[in-house]
Design a protein around this ligand. Structure first.
Ligand code: COA
Length: 204
C-alpha cells in the first residue's frame, strides 16, 4: 500500500487528534507524563487554534482503491533562538504520530522527509526540537549542542536536536537559547489538557 503525504485539512482535525492520542498512549507513557492522559493531541489542537505559530501540518494517508485512511501526522510551529544580538526564527517540530497498528512500516520516515522538504521550499532556516535521540539522527538531525544552541534554561542533552535547512543558518544562533510556545509546557497546561481529553474518553 502506498503512503501519501498531503497538507492537513479541516476535515482531518478530529481523526488527527485521535491518532495522536492513540500514538502517545503506549505503555508507560501516561504514567511517566504524570497528567493521567496523553498530552500531545491537545497540543495539536491548540497549535491550530493559536494565531500565527502554525506554519506546517501534514498528514500521511494510505490508499486502497477509492478509500483514503489517515495513518499519521506531523506538525511544525514557529519558535525562536534568542541571542545577545537578536532573535533567530526557527521551526519547532512535533508532535509526530503514527497510528500504532501502522508503525514501523515507513510512515514516520515519509512524514519527516516530507516536512523537511516542505520547510526548505518555504525558506525556513532551521528546525530545533525535543524528541527521541534514537530515532531522528537517521534523518540528519544532530544534537543542538553541535550548533551551540541550548534550551531555554541553558542546558543541552541528546533529546534536544536540530537541523539547518539553509546551510550556516544557525551560525548566528551560537550561544543562544531556544524558546518554543508555552503549549509544550505540560506543567502549565495540565488541567486544560485533562478537560480536553474528556471528550475523547466518551465511548471508550
Ligand atoms: C516514533 C514514530 C513517529 C515512528 O514512526 P514509524 O512510522 O513507526 O517509523 P518508521 O517506520 O518510519 O521508522 C523508520 C526507521 O526508524 C526505525 N524506528 C522506528 N521507531 C523507532 C524508535 N522509536 N526508535 C528507534 N528507531 C525507530 C524503524 O525501525 C525504521 O528503520 P528502518 O528504516 O531501518 O526500517 C511512531 O512510532 C510513533 O508515532 N510513536 C509514538 C509517538 C511518538 O513517540 N512520537 C515521537 C515522539 S519524539
Amino acid at each position: 500500500m502506498s503512503i501519501l503525504v498531503r497538507e492537513e485539512e479541516k476535515q482531518d482535525y478530529r481523526r488527527v487528534e485521535e491518532i495522536t492520542r492513540l500514538a502517545f498512549s503506549y505503555p508507560g507513557r501516561i504514567e511517566r507524563g504524570g497528567i493521567g492522559c496523553p498530552y500531545e493531541h491537545w497540543m495539536v489542537n491548540e497549535l491550530r487554534r493559536r494565531d500565527g505559530i502554525l506554519p506546517l501540518s501534514l498528514v500521511a494517508t494510505e490508499c486502497s482503491g477509492e478509500t483514503e485512511e489517515l495513518v499519521g501526522h506531523i506538525i511544525c510551529s514557529k519558535a525562536e533562538v534568542r541571542t545577545e544580538n537578536g532573535v533567530i526564527p526557527v521551526l519547532n517540530m512535533g508532535p509526530i504520530s503514527v497510528l500504532p497498528e501502522c508503525q514501523r512500516r515507513g510512515v514516520g520516515k515519509t512524514l519527516i522527509y516530507a516536512m523537511i522538504e516542505k520547510a526548505k521550499k518555504l525558506d525556513y532556516g532551521a528546525i530545533l526540537f525535543f524528541g527521541r535521540p534514537e530515532y531522528y539522527p537517521q534523518f540528519g538531525f544532530k544534537e543542538a549542542a553541535e550548533f551551540g544552541v541550548a534550551d531555554a534554561e541553558g542546558y543541552n542533552y541528546p533529546s534536544f536536536m536540530g537541523m539547518e535547512l539553509i546551510p550556516g543558518y544557525l551560525k548566528e544562533a551560537r550561544g543562544g537559547k531556544f524558546y518554543e510556545s508555552d503549549i509544550y509546557n505540560d506543567e502549565l497546561n495540565r488541567e486544560t489538557v485533562r478537560a480536553f481529553d474528556e471528550q475523547f474518553r466518551k465511548g471508550e
